[in-house]
Write a protein that binds this ligand. Structure first.
Ligand code: SAH
Length: 199
């Protein structure tokens, strides 16, 4: 099979699996009343929404009109493209683990549910925002598969607002759980596990 076509099919397959998992876990939250919701009109969320629209528009062009976007093709080793497949598969496994651990505490926006419990197990034992890390890793993985630098730049732009979104989320959870969350923050890293414990 032609190499470009193979990687395009891998790209579609990975996105298909990732999106199906997200839709499944999102569907579990439908019709649920939350106790507290944060506005989605803050600057990081608006920035993220705009970048995501540009990102998916680029992906549609990459998949449906590849000649239009071939100018952004990056000619690198096929091993880098395969490493994207490995990283993408790893992200999919981690996504399922994270969703199963967070359970009914999960929401597509910053919310506190009725009987919201603080989750400190599984990936949350070491890292406070594993799902955001997975989004970033997955978008980098598919960018590597695509070998398209426009998709890569947009994937990097997607990562930036998570810095503020995770800060807002920590503030909201401090408001809900107080010292329990502050203790949890001392034991964990925001995106990566702590190397040394903060005491
Ligand atoms: N930022 C987390 C969760 C994303 S889902 C991650 O990247 O994995 C967003 C929802 O998760 C928010 O509405 C928040 O209320 C909830 N949440 C985040 N961390 C939590 C935790 N440790 N325990 C319980 N709920 C949490």
């Amino acid at each position: 099979m032609e190499e470009e076509l193979l990687f395009r099919l891998l790209f579609i397959g990975m996105y298909g699996i990732f999106a199906t998992i997200r839709v499944y876990f999102r569907s579990q939250t439908l019709g649920r009343e939350s106790e507290e919701e944060r506005s989605l009109m803050d600057a990081p969320t608006i920035f993220l929404s705009i970048v995501i629209v540009g990102y998916f528009a680029t992906i549609f062009i990459y998949l449906l009109l590849p000649d239009w976007i071939f100018w952004a093709h990056f000619d690198y080793s096929i091993l880098i493209r395969w490493s994207g497949v490995v990283l993408g598969s790893l992200s999919i496994g981690l996504l399922v683990w994270t969703h199963r651990t967070l359970g009914r505490q999960y929401a597509a926006r910053l919310e506190i549910q009725q009987d919201h419990k603080l989750i400190e197990s599984g990936p949350y034992a070491r890292v406070r925002h594993p799902m955001y890390v997975i989004f970033i890793l997955f978008s980098l993985a598919v960018a590597l598969i695509s070998a398209n630098w426009l998709i890569l730049i947009l994937a990097i732009l997607i990562a930036i607002p998570f810095h503020w979104i995770s800060q807002n989320e920590d503030q909201m959870l401090i408001g809900q759980f107080g010292d329990e969350y502050l203790d949890y923050m001392k034991r964990t890293g925001r995106f990566l596990p702590q190397i040394r414990r903060k005491d």
